[in-house]
Design a protein around this ligand. Structure first.
Ligand SMILES: [Fe+2]
Ligand SMILES: [Fe+2]
Length: 213
């Protein structure tokens, strides 16, 4: 699954890596990028919670929710460390590409769940959106980790990557258990996600260029 993601996303690899290198080299841009990651992690954890209001809050789901919330906390703490001051919420002067980040998540969620039959298992939407997001998170965080290591940054994403890897496995196994055919739905879902991520990346690059000018 991860290698399919890698080959599908080959064209985005260099542009994203270039964006990351430029961002890591600029503390103020880096802080705003970290706060965007905090926002995305927070949106993810909030979506898990909302999707399960009428569902069954199992121990697994609560664990996943707690971990995504901790990721939001982790990136917020690093953003504050990097900028040297407290950052309340996700205002656009302290957070990169806020509207595009929100659109990415909103459109992805809607696109992946709108055609689901009403009688699917209560966890299906949550599991399916999470699986697609985890693929992107692992792809992006691995590259970000490489760039941080190249820049000899003290920031390490290793524990977060290990948790995202675990989440991916958990989503795949649970979808299998409830009888959802992830393998057949995957190519179309990954194409949609890639298109939406491409737009987000475009917004990040535009904002970076505008600030650098
Ligand atoms: Fe996460
Ligand atoms: Fe995750």
């Amino acid at each position: 699954m991860l290698s399919a993601t890698e080959s599908l996303n080959k064209p985005l690899e260099q542009p994203f890596r270039d964006f990351l290198s430029a961002t890591v080299a600029d503390a103020s841009a880096h802080a705003r990028f970290l706060n965007l990651l905090s926002m995305l992690e927070h949106m993810g954890s909030r979506k898990i919670m909302l999707s399960q209001m009428k569902g069954i809050l199992t121990q697994d789901i609560l664990k996943h929710l707690a971990e995504e919330t901790r990721h939001a906390f982790f990136f917020k703490r690093e953003a504050e460390k990097m900028s040297g001051s407290a950052i309340e919420g996700y205002p656009s002067d302290r957070t990169m590409a806020v509207p595009s980040g929100r659109l990415y998540f909103g459109r992805l969620d809607a696109g992946l769940t709108s055609d689901m039959p009403a009688d699917v298992h209560a966890e299906t939407g949550y599991l399916w959106v999470s699986l697609i997001v985890e693929l992107r998170a692992i792809w992006g965080y691995r590259m970000y980790q490489d760039v941080l290591a190249e820049a000899a940054s003290p920031l390490s994403l290793k524990s977060i990557i290990a948790e995202e890897d675990r989440h991916l496995v958990d989503m795949v196994l649970r979808l299998e258990e409830i009888g959802f055919d992830a393998a057949s739905a995957l190519p179309l879902a990954c194409e949609l996600e890639k298109r939406l991520f491409g737009k987000l990346l475009g917004a990040l690059q535009t904002e970076h260029r505008a600030r650098a000018a």
